[in-house]
Every structure is written in C-alpha cells, then in structure tokens.
Design a protein. Sequence first.
Length: 131
Amino acid sequence: MRSNAEQAQVLATKAEHDIQLAQLGLDNNAALDGVCFHLQQAAEKLLKALLSFLSLDYPLTHNIQVLLDLALAHCPELAPLRPELTALSPYAVEMRYDDIYPEREEALTAWQAVGRLRQVVHSRLSFHLPL
C-alpha cells in the first residue's frame, strides 16, 4: 500500500501528463472539448494530490467544488481560483456525452486556472515535479 506522499506524487505526475496533453491540444488546434477534459482531469488530480499529501480523505468524484472545499480549509490561497476551477467540473463527464463545445477563450481561461492551481499545489508538496 502506498503512503499518502507516494500517492500524492503519483497523482501529481498524472496531472502533469494531462497538462502536457492539454498544451499539445492548444498548440495544435485540437478539439477544445478534449483540451478542456484534460484540464479538468489535471485540476482534479492536483487537488487529490494535495489532499493525499495532507493525509486528508477525499471522495471518488470528478466534482472540483467538492475537492476544493476539502482543500480550502488547509490551503486558503486556493479561494481566488474557485470560480474558474469549479467551472471545470462539467468537462469531466457531461461534456464527453453532451453537446458542450468550449470556445478557445474558455479553454485558455481553464488553462490559466490550472496553471495557478499547479503552482499552489507544487508549492505545498515536499517533492518536486518539473514546472
């Protein structure tokens, strides 16, 4: 069984992979629903990495607001990111099966929010991943 720190590192690494895929999509004019899906996944995994690192239990959910609410008590600097991060939740499931097609501006806003989340989470983790 992994320690909380080991699980946090796995989740943070997986989040980096989602960020890389989102970047490739943005750079190559890929379908923005796919880009936004990877950004939502990155945010979800970053929050779960933070919660795991802090030894906090979290539900198996794609709902960013639920995860953010759990993290805010221990990481209040995430509060300004709430509007942009909670807007990512529909990209996890609903967008994959419904006719939701984000515009480029929406994808770029999501990209920036995930970038800020990434900085906050990485500042809290005791191990380092490439930024």
